[in-house]
Design a protein around this ligand. Structure first.
Ligand SMILES: [Ca+2]
Ligand SMILES: [Ca+2]
Ligand SMILES: [Ca+2]
Length: 170
C-alpha cells in the first residue's frame, strides 16, 4: 500500500506510508472522511520508496513489486545561490553546481558545457524528448530542469526553458 499527502512546495509536512512486505492489501475506503487529505493513494500495490537526496532536494519514488501504482515527488529549495536563474533545488536535482553560474555542469540549459545555450544544446535535449528520467535508453537527469519543480520527464517544459535562453551566454 502507498499513500501520500500533498507535496506542494511550502504546503506543510508530507506524510508517506509505503508498505514493503506482509499481507497485501487492506482496501482503501474512498468515502472515508480522511481520504480527501491524500494526494495519492492505492491499495493494489506493494513496494518501497526510493529516496534520492542531494544538497538542496529530496526525490521520493515508489518502486512497485506488485500492482501498477506509480508515484513520485520532489521537494526542493527555491534559493538561487549563483543567480543563474535556476534554483539550488533544480541544480541539486539535475546535478549542476548550484554555486557556479558558468562552466562545466554549472548552468542547466548548457548541457554541452560550452557556456552558450544554443542549437547544440537543443539537439542534445531533443534526443531525449518525451523520455522519463532513468537508465538508458531513458534520459539522464541532467536534461530535466523544468518546470519549477522538475517532473521526471524531458518534454516541452524543458525545451521551452532552454529555447527561452537561446543564444545567451552564462
Ligand atoms: Ca542557480
Ligand atoms: Ca551549450
Ligand atoms: Ca522536465
Amino acid at each position: 500500500m502507498m499513500a501520500r499527502i500533498t507535496a506542494t512546495s511550502r504546503a506543510g509536512t508530507v506524510f508517506l506510508i509505503s508498505g514493503s512486505f506482509g499481507f497485501c492489501c487492506y482496501n482503501v475506503d474512498a468515502a472515508d472522511p480522511e481520504a480527501g487529505y491524500f494526494a495519492r493513494i492505492a491499495d493494489t500495490s506493494k513496494g518501497f520508496t526510493k529516496y534520492t537526496v542531494g544538497p538542496s532536494h529530496i526525490t521520493a519514488q515508489f518502486v512497485k513489486s506488485t500492482g501498477a501504482f506509480v508515484d513520485s515527488f520532489t521537494i526542493l529549495s527555491n534559493q538561487d545561490s549563483d543567480t543563474d536563474g535556476f534554483s539550488d533545488g533544480i541544480e541539486s536535482y539535475a546535478g549542476t553546481d548550484a554555486t557556479m553560474a558558468c562552466g562545466t555542469n554549472a548552468w542547466p540549459p548548457d548541457v554541452n558545457n560550452d557556456t552558450f545555450a544554443d542549437i547544440s544544446d537543443v539537439i542534445a535535449l531533443t534526443g531525449f524528448f518525451g523520455k522519463p528520467v532513468g537508465a538508458s535508453p531513458n534520459s539522464p537527469v541532467r536534461y530535466d530542469f523544468a518546470p519549477t519543480v522538475p517532473d521526471g520527464f524531458v518534454d516541452v517544459s524543458d525545451l521551452a526553458r532552454m529555447v527561452g535562453l537561446f543564444g545567451r551566454r552564462c
